[in-house]
Every structure is written in structure tokens, then in C-alpha cells.
Design a protein around this ligand. Structure first.
Ligand code: C2E
Ligand code: MG
Ligand code: MG
Ligand code: MG
Length: 284
């Protein structure tokens, strides 16, 4: 009996694996189609000055406008996009679209007041040759100055010894583009390691912000990151702030910038200007 049950279990497991594989293949081909047809859009989430709540920049976050499923968020397709390499053409579109958008903000808003745009970049985009040229061309074509662009690269994806990527980041930074390490704290890199690197901004992962008010230890951790970052001349952005209490603590720790649902969820492109007009920055 036990043996038979085991066999059935195995069959179910096989069927499950099979279904999963088919699903991934379907997702991949749908994604391929979406890349060719341009079925993506960007939402923008404000990055705010924590003491005043005023927006200094916006992070561009990709969404898939699926013909049947509606708006699909990246947790459901980024992994497959990375694996399949489709992240490369998708990422190119994201960069160009984000720059077209920031160019429009700069046309509409009073001089010197337009926020910068921050774009997530996959390590695979760097591995493809010509990424630096791609960024340079996109800036030229849209007339956006490099100072209005930030590039975010996820900490866990940065291979320590990938000197070529660090070399590209260094060139981009010398052009005047801000470079941010995303999801800081989830990988293995210490701030000491990042000291020698071409970086301007550290984004502290949401997990640390969530734990901050409940436990004493995580607060010491965030406090340590903020003060060490400052001594290294790096700017810190706290990610995923949902709670006014978190903001109060972060301001007390002198964390300069933050992002999260407390201020705004990611906005559609037409909502950004209205948000900027209507938001009354509230100081704490
Ligand atoms: P990320 O770059 O760390 O972006 C932050 C994510 O947290 C976004 O999810 C954002 O909507 C969400 N978020 C912001 N504030 C809060 C909050 O207060 N609470 C909670 N629970 N979540 C919050 P999203 O848009 O689903 O993106 C997920 C991840 O997908 C991003 O994480 C980024 O790693 C990746 N991604 C998004 N757009 C792109 C892109 O254009 N290119 C690449 N390569 N990756 C992207
Ligand atoms: Mg990001
Ligand atoms: Mg992040
Ligand atoms: Mg993330």
C-alpha cells in the first residue's frame, strides 16, 4: 500500500512539475509577444525628503498591460524576463520611456523643480555590450541631462568580482548619473565593500524598515547603516515606508529620503503631475 501511495504521489509531483514547466513556457512566449507589441507601461512612485514629504524623484516601475489579465506587476514576470533574456529589450524600453517622461516633466514644471527619475536595471543589461552607449543615446535623444537620471541595481545581483559592471557604472557616474544600490541589506555586501565603488545612493530594503519599530536590534542596524553611509558620503533612501511611526523614527535617525505607500503608491504617468500639484508636503 505504502509503495503504491508513493508511486501516486510521485505521479502527482511529476504532473505538477509538468504543469509548472508549461506555465513558464507560456509565460515566456506571452512575454516575448508583449515585448514585440510594446504591452508595457510605467508607474512612478515618489521618493520624498523625509522631514518635509516633498518629492525629489520618482522610481519608474514596469507593469505589463496583459490583454486578458489586466495590469500585471513585476513579481509575476521579472524572473522569467531575466532567465529568458527578454529583460534586455524590455529594459531598453523602460529606460527610454522613463526619460521621455522626465523630459515632459521638465517641460511642464517650473525650471529647477522637476524631480529626477530612477530606473531599475538588471545585471543582464550590463552584461549585454553597449549598455553605456544605450544610456548615452537615450539621454541625447530625449534631451534629458544625466543629473535627472538615477540607475538602481539590486545588491544581490551584483557579483563581487564583476569588474566590468563596476567599470560601466563608473563611466555612467562620471557622466553625472546617480547610481543606487537597491534592496540593500538582502545581499552580502557590506558598506565597507561599497566604499571604493562608484555609488551615490543606498536603498535600505523594506524588510529592515518593517522590523524597525518592533525590535531594538533592527533599529540599531538601520541607524548604523544611515550613519556609516553618511560618513562615506552616500545618500540613504528607506524603502517601503507604510507607517507614520516608521517615518518619525527614520527622521530621528536622520535618514534623508524615503519611499512607500505612506506617501504614495506607484502612480500612472498622468497622475504624477496632479500628485505634485495636490500633495501638501507635511513636515513631521
Ligand atoms: P524595487 O525596485 O525594490 O521596487 C520597490 C517595490 O516595492 C515596488 O514593487 C513597489 O511598488 C513596492 N512598494 C513601494 N512602496 C511600498 C510599500 O510601502 N509597501 C509595500 N508592500 N510595497 C511597496 P513592484 O513595482 O511590484 O516591483 C517589484 C520589483 O520588480 C522591484 O523592486 C524591482 O526589483 C523589479 N522591477 C520593477 N520594475 C523594473 C524594471 O523596469 N526593470 C527591472 N529590471 N526590474 C524592475
Ligand atoms: Mg528599485
Ligand atoms: Mg528595492
Ligand atoms: Mg525589490
Amino acid at each position: 500500500v505504502a509503495k503504491g501511495a508513493g508511486k501516486n504521489q510521485w505521479r502527482r509531483y511529476e504532473a505538477h512539475l509538468h504543469a509548472e514547466m508549461v506555465e513558464r513556457l507560456e509565460l515566456r512566449s506571452a512575454l516575448d509577444h508583449a515585448v514585440n507589441e510594446g504591452h508595457f507601461l510605467l508607474h512612478y512612485q515618489p521618493i520624498v525628503d523625509l522631514p518635509t514629504g516633498a518629492a525629489v524623484g520618482f522610481e519608474a516601475l514596469v507593469r505589463w498591460h496583459h490583454p486578458k489579465r489586466g495590469i500585471v506587476t513585476p513579481d509575476q514576470f521579472i524572473e522569467v524576463a531575466e532567465e529568458s533574456g527578454l529583460i534586455v529589450p524590455m529594459g531598453r524600453w523602460v529606460l527610454e520611456e522613463a526619460l521621455r517622461t522626465v523630459a515632459e516633466w521638465r517641460r511642464i514644471l517650473p525650471p529647477g523643480t522637476a524631480p529626477y527619475v530612477s530606473v531599475n536595471v538588471s545585471v543582464r543589461q550590463f552584461r549585454e555590450s553597449g549598455f553605456v552607449e544605450q544610456v548615452r543615446n537615450a539621454l541625447t535623444n530625449t534631451g534629458v541631462p544625466p543629473q535627472a537620471l538615477m540607475l538602481e541595481i539590486t545588491e544581490t545581483l551584483l557579483v563581487k568580482d564583476d569588474e566590468r559592471i563596476w567599470g560601466d557604472l563608473s563611466v555612467l557616474r562620471d557622466m553625472g548619473i546617480r547610481i543606487a544600490i537597491d534592496d540593500f541589506g538582502t545581499g552580502y555586501s557590506s558598506l565597507g565593500y561599497l566604499r571604493q565603488r562608484p555609488i551615490d545612493v543606498i536603498k535600505i530594503d523594506k524588510a529592515f524598515i518593517d522590523d524597525m519599530v518592533t525590535g531594538q536590534q533592527p533599529m540599531a542596524l538601520v541607524s548604523g547603516i544611515v550613519s556609516l553611509a553618511r560618513s562615506l558620503g552616500l545618500v540613504v533612501i528607506a524603502e517601503g515606508i507604510e507607517d507614520a511611526a516608521h517615518r518619525v523614527v527614520l527622521v530621528r535617525l536622520e535618514c534623508p529620503l524615503g519611499q512607500g505607500f505612506l506617501f504614495s503608491s506607484p502612480l500612472g504617468p498622468t497622475e504624477v503631475l496632479a500628485w505634485l500639484r495636490n500633495s501638501q508636503p507635511i513636515a513631521v
